[in-house]
Design a protein around this ligand. Structure first.
Ligand code: DGL
Length: 295
């Protein structure tokens, strides 16, 4: 099916997931929205993250995507349940998030189950990783927040002294705890993997959700007979007024697939709620019954 996969993040981090999806599924078209106007999501409260995320996902649905990928841990923690109800259960559009795949990848490879998570304040505070690991049989994970990492990535600063100093500060408790596996629980952080890996040392395995999430996308499309076969098209949008900086960094982080970047204007699209959609569907069905024709 040629309709695109809709992928979104608060900014550039979700491109790590988009890259993995494009690599694994070269026939799939992708529409990506980075909500750069509202980045970072990490320090915002859960309700705010929820409404920002729903607005972006509504816009992707309005563009006709066949699947939604929440390529943001903070948004996955805050919105996955509501997104599943709103899009998957009501409209039949499958929704994939990034926390479960990262937990799966971490638990499969950890020899001592000594696992740490570094993520945004919102993700750590939500307890989503802690719950997911407990569910996977690993009740004790150390989770630390590294808020400035997102700022560095959004500014294109992925190496150098400032990044290393921040990494040393944030990661010391995880080094002290002697973790053998570190989950990069924010889709921005793989773009800092050089600095994070250097500070943690070569014995510590870094896990990010990108490949595992792409594998979930593949599985879901294949199971639901939604795989595309034609030529892929890529569309990138960001919500900032200025598209230049996003385009430049998106090309650096994702690659040549990033061509023109559209301005996605937020606050203008209001889709009907699931209840309104159900009521409208009933209304149309009733009219069809009355007239014996399809409305
Ligand atoms: N990339 C996002 C995440 O995975 C959000 C970063 C942010 O906007 O704070 O959590």
């Amino acid at each position: 099916m040629q309709r695109p996969i809709g992928i979104f993040d608060s900014g550039l981090g979700g491109l790590t997931v988009a890259r993995a999806v494009i690599d694994l599924l070269p026939h799939e078209s992708v529409t990506y929205i980075g909500d750069t106007l509202h980045t970072p999501y990490g320090p915002r409260d859960q309700d705010e993250v929820r409404s920002l995320s729903i607005e972006v996902m509504d816009a992707l649905v309005a563009q006709g995507v066949k699947m939604l990928v929440i390529a943001c841990n903070t948004a996955s923690a805050a919105t996955f349940d509501i997104a599943k109800r709103r899009y998957q259960d009501t409209l039949g559009i499958p929704v994939i998030e990034v926390i479960t795949p990262a937990v799966r990848a971490a638990t499969v490879g950890s020899t001592r189950n000594s696992i740490g998570v570094v993520a945004t304040a919102g993700t750590v505070g939500s307890g989503a990783y802690q719950r997911a690991f407990a569910h996977a049989g690993v009740p004790d994970v150390m989770a630390v927040a590294a808020p400035r990492f997102v700022e560095f990535v959004e500014a294109g600063e992925t190496t150098g002294d400032r990044v290393l100093d921040a990494a040393r500060g944030y990661l010391q408790p995880l080094i002290d705890a002697n973790v053998d596996t570190l989950v990069l629980g924010c889709t921005h952080y793989p773009l800092l993997a050089g600095a994070i890996g250097y500070v943690m040392g070569p014995e510590v395995r870094l896990v990010s959700s990108a490949q595992e999430t792409a594998a979930d996308v593949y599985r879901t499309l294949a199971d639901q007979d939604l795989l595309a076969t034609g030529t892929a098209e890529y569309r990138f949008e960001s919500t900032s007024i200025e598209q230049g900086p996003f385009r430049k960094l998106a090309r650096r982080f994702l690659g040549p697939e990033v061509g023109h970047v559209e301005h996605h204007v937020t606050g203008v699209i209001t889709l009907p709620s699931p209840e309104e959609l159900t009521a409208a569907a009933k209304d149309i069905a009733a009219k069809n019954d009355e007239s014996g024709r399809i409305a």
